[in-house]
Design a protein around this ligand. Structure first.
Ligand code: ZN
Length: 446
């Protein structure tokens, strides 16, 4: 009996490890929101999803699977189930971007014989974690197109350590362990090379990009480039309890939704319309055409209703019977800094998905949407937890409240508990990935 139980536990641990390994692979392939969307798009294509043209007049029907990409960095994927217009949307929302350092247009700054790159902070990273790590560059490059005024874009990823941001030695700053101010304009210029030429070509950096893309330098018009950590994620702990990786916030959630939706058995019948809604720019407030404050997601969902044979009124009514799970990572109580957690709400690593609530409505959760998610966890037979900010702390926000204000549907904000949110390297729980997968598979299959 004991032996059988041990075997069963072993099988579960193996399954959890398998999910964690797949997530690490997904994160390694997705250094920026551009590559994340490309990775998601390729996975959807492998699972018979087709590109969706919102102006098409083709009628949609049960079983149809499509995806729509906005500005290379946001994506909506959907599958039509049974009674789509009367059952409504089942949306799983997340964001594709993570805090990072962005390269400025005039990128080169030479000092003390070192070529450095000019950067600007994107979102709210824990800046100290970007020091002393092998870094690389990835993102998107805009190049001249076939027609004038219609440039094209190419994804770019140097895929190897080409940059480093060294700390100052403790012997020169004895106060370094007491908390040090990091000045973005002075201290966040990573080193790319020793400068051994008297006058470096003004387009030295553009030439590097051109070589990487096998293009002539004068084809390069502009770029959206971000730094990232090249050290791959891994599973940590003597019992393999933890996952340590960059961009768990929020690629961890993007991975879970995608994995659950594509792994529904093809012949399985479900009600309504399953939707993945992954927007960009959450880390800077979501106000962009590809962000949650933009209108593209509402336009696409309206187009789905119309192409199903519905009317504008059907679209306006559909939100009354639609739901959304807005997923973004949550804070686990930290044993070394446990004073920051609310005394009576203390989410644990590997304790199951966390339902997030805020009186200020920085999360969209209310008792009705929380109730729906609690029932879902109970039906999937997995644990769940609750998060609120300590009453005197402001806390974070995410896309849930924004989307549910633009599209008035019942929304719950959830996430897996992690430590060191917005560090270059965040820590989560291996079992939590498995738990969330169980609940999302149920969500998409009902
Ligand atoms: Zn996030």
């Amino acid at each position: 009996m004991v032996k059988e139980q041990m075997k069963q536990n072993r099988r579960r641990i193996d399954k959890c490890k398998q999910y964690a390994d797949s997530l690490i692979k997904f994160i390694n392939q997705s250094p920026t929101s551009y590559q994340a969307v490309e990775t998601i798009k390729n996975t959807l294509l492998e699972h018979n999803y087709l590109p969706y043209k919102p102006n098409q007049t083709t009628q949609l029907q049960t079983g149809d699977r499509y995806f729509y990409v906005k500005d290379d960095s946001a994506i909506i994927a959907f599958e039509i189930g049974v009674n789509p217009l009367s059952e409504g949307f089942k949306i799983f929302g997340a964001h594709t971007d993570s805090p990072a350092l962005r390269i400025k247009p005039h990128s080169i700054s030479i000092k003390e014989n070192v070529i450095r790159l000019n950067t600007e902070v994107y979102g709210g990273p824990i800046l100290s974690t970007w020091f002393d790590r092998p870094l690389s560059l990835a993102g998107r490059v805009t190049i001249k197109g076939q027609e004038q005024f219609h440039p094209e874009t190419r994804l770019i990823d140097f895929q190897k350590p080409i940059l480093i941001l060294p700390n100052v030695a403790i012997h020169m700053n004895r106060e370094v362990n007491r908390g040090v101010e990091i000045k973005a304009d002075q201290h966040l210029l990573p080193f790319i090379a020793i400068c051994d030429q008297q006058d470096l070509n003004r387009n030295w950096f553009e030439q590097l990009i051109a070589e990487q893309l096998y293009l002539e330098p004068d084809h390069i018009l502009d770029y959206d480039l971000f730094l990232y950590d090249t050290t791959p994620g891994c599973i940590v702990g003597i019992n393999q309890d933890f996952i340590s990786a960059s961009r768990l916030d929020n690629l961890g959630m993007c991975f879970s939704g995608l994995n659950a939706m594509i792994n529904l058995t093809p012949e399985h019948e479900f009600n309504g319309i399953n939707v993945l809604l992954y927007t960009n720019n959450e880390e800077v407030g979501s106000l962009s055409k590809q962000g949650a404050r933009g209108m593209f997601q509402r336009d696409i969902l309206e187009s789905i209703c119309l192409n199903l044979g519905g009317t504008r009124q059907d679209f306006l009514n559909i939100f009354d019977h639609s739901v959304m799970i807005s997923a973004d990572q949550a804070h686990a109580v930290h044993p070394n800094y446990s004073e920051y957690a609310d005394p009576d709400h203390r989410p644990k690593i590997n304790g199951g998905p966390v339902i997030k609530l805020a009186a200020a409505l920085s999360y969209a959760t209310d008792s009705k949407s929380a109730g729906f998610f609690i029932e879902l966890c109970q039906a999937a037979d997995i644990p769940y937890q609750r998060f609120v900010n300590r009453s005197d702390l402001k806390g974070g926000s995410t896309i849930g409240s924004i989307v549910s204000a633009i599209m008035p549907l019942s929304t719950v904000d959830i996430g897996n508990a992690i430590w060191a949110m917005h560090s270059i390297r965040e820590t989560g729980g291996v079992k939590d990935i498995y738990y969330l997968d169980q609940v999302l598979k149920l969500f998409f299959s009902i």
